[in-house]
Design a protein around this ligand. Structure first.
Ligand SMILES: Nc1ncnc2c1ncn2[C@@H]1O[C@H](COP(=O)(O)OP(=O)(O)O)[C@@H](O)[C@H]1O
Ligand SMILES: [Mg+2]
Length: 398
């Protein structure tokens, strides 16, 4: 303290950036001590790693504070839309996040580190008594801006990589589940056809076939979901087809599968287009399946299709409990629905990805899908599909 005071008496002020550079060793010592005692995941980093990564970050923060910064850049930065005027700091913040993710730090732990560093530096500088009172506040503001920018970059990098690796994992699992599931289905189908089984045994084998095909549907939905989340768009292979034929086929199959439901089909005029047949069939099956599963049991599901200029419209309608108006906006987004923990299901099979996939397929075709729902009018999903497929890849559902 006395040394610091003598510095002040001699009117030698030290800027916060210079202070950080000069004191980096003892700052990171204290920081490492904090991390060791407060952050469980810090165990996975050596003392040297903990200190080095913090020292690197601080040195970039100090450089950022020194670098020229106009008033506009500053207000941009405080709004979080920085023009990346300090690539060094940004790069460092990313690699910091990378180290922490690799060491399995939680997001909270990573944020705590930044908080500790910030508090540590500001307190020490103040206590050292070397701050120029005339510019001290300004310098702390600039220091906080640099730390905030680094923190924002680190969080962005951390969360996007973490989400990606989760999605990749579910994609890999879904992909690998298909083979054993296929074997289960084939074997159970073989048993169903076998003449040597008793009635109850055949019934059990049929249950295996049905459950396995439900699982296969979930697995394939999960794969589609992963494809869109990772790649931004579903891949499609469009070819000239007739929606008339496709509707007759798909609705015929749905009628056979749901003998209890009544499905009315009203397809008008010529409905040819260049589309991916299997994918469009998935759209029809998902929408009509929903209408059967979520709609009123005692009234029919109506499917209408007609041309509209250069597009074809496909409408699926049912009566019954409407979709709550506050949920209409995120009905196509399963993550939002999971987040608000909706009353999903009602004995309906699926993992809640159906509408997400419908939208992804329609968008991959350059089309759109919307929904209206009310107690009086029921629920209507309307798909609009251009009759010619898009020639170039569009950016999908991110
Ligand atoms: N035709 C419909 N009528 C009423 N509610 C519907 C209809 N279609 C979808 N929904 C609601 O939207 C939710 C999401 O549908 P979807 O993505 O297909 O998932 P899932 O059918 O597996 O629950 C459903 O759980 C249901 O609450
Ligand atoms: Mg569904």
């Amino acid at each position: 303290m006395s040394e610091a005071r003598s510095v002040v008496e001699r009117q030698v002020f030290v800027s916060l950036a210079d202070y950080v550079r000069a004191e980096v060793e003892s700052i990171v010592d204290e920081f490492a001590e904090f991390a060791r005692t407060h952050l469980k995941s810090a165990e996975r980093l050596s003392a040297v790693e903990l200190r080095d990564t913090a020292a690197e970050l601080l040195s970039h923060v100090a450089d950022d504070m020194d670098s020229h910064q106009s008033e506009t850049a500053r207000s941009d930065k405080s709004r979080g839309d920085s023009p990346l005027n300090s690539p060094g700091l940004v790069g460092e913040a990313k690699s910091h996040a990378q180290d922490r993710l690799a060491a399995r730090f939680t997001l909270n732990e990573m944020v705590s580190e930044y908080r500790a560093l910030r508090a540590n530096v500001v307190r020490r500088w103040r206590d050292a008594g070397v701050a120029d009172p005339a510019t001290a506040v300004e310098q702390v503001v600039r220091f906080n801006e640099a730390i905030d920018q680094a923190l924002t970059e680190s969080i962005e990098w951390y969360t996007s990589r973490r989400d990606e690796s989760r999605e990749l994992l579910s994609g890999v699992i879904a992909h690998d589940l298909r083979t054993p599931l296929g074997a289960i289905m084939m074997s159970a189908e073989y048993l169903v056809r076998s003449e040597e089984l008793t009635g109850p045994e055949t019934k059990a084998a049929r249950r295996i076939v049905n459950s396995a095909s439900t699982m296969a549907k979930m697995v394939s939905d999960l794969l589609d979901f992963t494809q869109v989340r990772m790649g931004g768009q579903l891949s499609i292979s469009p070819a000239p087809i007739s929606l008339h034929e496709l509707l007759n086929d798909a609705i015929g199959e749905l009628r056979a599968y749901h003998p209890e439901a009544s499905i009315e089909l009203d397809a008008q005029g010529e409905l040819d287009g260049v589309w991916d047949r299997d994918r469009l069939r998935q759209v029809v099956t998902n929408l009509v399946g929903n209408a059967i599963g979520h709609g009123a049991a005692d009234s029919p599901v109506t499917v209408r299709s007609a041309r509209s200029g250069e597009s074809v419209l496909l409408e699926v309608h049912n009566l019954g409990a409407p979709i709550a108006s506050e949920h209409l906006s995120d009905i196509f987004d399963p993550l939002k629905r999971f987040a608000r923990n909706s009353s999903n299901g009602r004995g309906h099979k699926g993992i809640g990805l159906g509408l997400f996939i419908v939208k992804a397929i329609v968008q991959a075709h350059g089309g759109s899908v919307k929904v209206v729902s009310s107690r009086e009018e029921g629920t209507t999903f309307t798909v609009k599909l251009p009759t010619t497929a898009p020639t170039e890849k569009r950016d999908g559902n991110r």
